[in-house]
Design a protein around this ligand. Sequence first.
Ligand SMILES: Cc1cc2nc3c(=O)[nH]c(=O)nc-3n(C[C@H](O)[C@H](O)[C@H](O)COP(=O)(O)O)c2cc1C
Ligand code: SF4
Ligand code: SF4
Length: 253
Amino acid sequence: MNIIFYFSGTGNSLFAAREIAKVLGDTKIAPVADNFGADLGGFERIGFVYPIYFGGVPLVVKNFVESLDFSKCPNAYLFAIATRGGIPQNGLNEMNALLSAQSRELDYGTLLIMGANYILLYGRMFFTNAANRHAAKVLPKIAAAIRDKEKRPRALPKPGSMSMTERARGKVHEAARDYTVSGGCVSCSLCAKICPVCNIELKDGKPTFGEKCEQCMACLQFCPRRAINYKGKTEKRKRYRHPDVTAADLVRR
Ligand SMILES: Cc1cc2nc3c(=O)[nH]c(=O)nc-3n(C[C@H](O)[C@H](O)[C@H](O)COP(=O)(O)O)c2cc1C
Ligand code: SF4
Ligand code: SF4
C-alpha cells in the first residue's frame, strides 16, 4: 500500500494527489493536519503533495514532516510534488532538507505549475487555465514515474537561501488578524469547515479567526459571498479554486 499526505487550500495539491493515486492504485490520501506523527510502517511509497509558500514548504507541512519517524519505513520510496503559481525557489529542496534531518532523501521530486492562488497579493492570473490544463496532462506521466520508482533526487537549499522563506513563515499566522468579514456573510459556516487547520470559529453567526492561519486562502477563495477580505485589498480581486475540486472535497469537519 502507498500513502500520499497532502496540504491544499484551493484544491491544486489535492487534485495532483488524486491523479497520482489513480495511477498507483491501492493508495491512501491523507490530509497532513490530521496525521501528525502517523505510523509510516508498511507503506511501499510515501508521498507529500503541497503548495509552495514563500519559496519553501508551508509551515504546517514542515512541522508535519518533522513529526514523522522515518526509521519505521527504511525501504519506502519517498516522493514529493510541490505545486506552485510562480517562483519555486526552495519549495522542493527544503523538503529534501527536512528528510535529510532524518537521514533520508527524496527518491523523486517535481514541481508543478498550477493556478496561482495568493489573493492577498493578486487576483486570478491570466495563465490559470493553461497552467491547470498542462498540469492535468503531465500528471499521468509523473504518476507513471512514481509507479516505476524512477529516481529524480533533489538538491538541498543553498546556504543562506532560506532567509526570505523563514522571515515570511515567521509571520504567517499574523495575516488572519487583518481578515475582515463583510455584512454579506450569510453564516453558512463553510469557511470554518474548509479551513485545513481549524482556525475559524463562528461566533454569533460570524467567523472569527485564531492564531493558526497558514494563509492557505481557502476561506477567502471559497466564501460564496466573497465576504472574507484582507486589508481592503481583495474585494475586487477575482477568486480562484481548482475547477475539478469542490468545497466538499476539501472540507475536513
Ligand atoms: C501564502 C502563499 C504563498 C505562496 N508563495 C508562492 C511561492 O513562493 N512560489 C510560487 O510559485 N507560488 C506560491 N504560491 C502559490 C501556490 O503555491 C499555488 O497556487 C499552489 O498551487 C496552491 O495550491 P493549493 O490549491 O493546493 O492550495 C503561494 C500561495 C500562497 C497562498
Ligand atoms: S463562508 Fe462566507 S458566508 Fe459562509 S460563514 Fe464564512 S464568511 Fe460567512
Ligand atoms: S483562516 Fe483561512 S487562510 Fe487561514 S488557514 Fe484557515 S482557511 Fe486558510
